[in-house]
Design a protein around this ligand. Structure first.
Ligand code: CDP
Length: 230
């Protein structure tokens, strides 16, 4: 059976990763969480002191990019986790602190160039589901299936708030909502590869769709393309 490329972009906290993972598992495809890569670079920059509340030494980050090595490895349950220079940072990259700095980091063209190259390499054989902000437009503009996911900011903030609470993070819903909307603004307005809806993307608003239904909608779209019906 032919292996296609499935590219999913969308606003923050729309459940892209969840449905992308479900699809990849079902189809036996590789799943790549491109956001995890931007988050890992952000963690690196925070640890090095290149970025904080009121300063960002872009040139130092750019100079150090060759020191950053990222890879995904599967854990015992078969879930892909991200490694930064050999260290598993899957948990550390999901904090609100990293979320607060990731969008400024993702505006830096040199960072994007490095990560896009690695993403294209990972998906070059097809049989890949990748989610992010520029997957349908820059990383895989020729993907057979392109999806843009969105939902109301309140719904998205609520989902992320519960995820973070479940992990034991001490946060407020207001802070999470602020972060979600701020990231949307930066991601959609940056110069390099802004978040935008590709002409041929299918837009899904999942404010009122549960995960199960959403998975089946996307699976049907994928099956139609694998079978060459679309
Ligand atoms: O929190 P959420 O799952 O919505 O976001 P993410 O996929 O983990 O991405 C975190 C941030 O990385 C985004 O807000 C973007 O600033 C950046 N990003 C990007 O610029 N391009 C991508 N392909 C993926 C993420």
């Amino acid at each position: 059976m032919r292996k296609i490329t499935i590219a999913i972009d969308g606003h923050s906290s729309t459940g892209k990763s969840t449905v992308a993972k479900q699809l990849a598992d079902y189809l036996g495809y590789i799943y790549v969480d491109s956001g995890a890569m931007y988050r890992a670079v952000t963690l690196f920059a925070l640890r090095k002191g290149f970025i904080s509340e009121n300063h960002f030494e872009t040139h130092k980050l750019i100079q150090s990019l060759s020191e950053i090595q990222l890879e995904f490895k599967k854990n015992k349950e078969g879930k892909a986790e991200i490694y930064l220079n050999g260290e598993n940072v899957e948990k550390q990259i999901r904090t609100l602190e990293v979320s607060e700095f990731v969008s400024p980091i993702a505006t830096v063209s040199e960072v994007r160039k490095k990560l896009v190259e690695q993403q294209q390499q990972m998906g070059k054989e097809g049989g890949v589901v990748m989610d992010g902000r520029d997957i349908t437009t820059v990383v895989f503009p020729n993907a057979e299936l392109k999806v843009f996911m969105t939902a109301s900011a309140e719904v998205r903030a609520n989902r992320r708030f519960h995820e973070l609470k479940e992990r034991g993070d001490v946060i407020t819903l207001e802070k999470v909502l602020e972060n979600v909307t701020e990231r949307d603004t930066i991601d959609a307005n940056r110069k390099d590869s802004p978040l935008t809806i590709a002409n041929d993307a299918i837009v899904i608003d999942n404010s009122e769709t549960n995960q199960e239904d959403q998975f089946h909608i996307l699976l049907q779209l994928a099956k139609d393309r694998i079978a060459g019906r679309v």
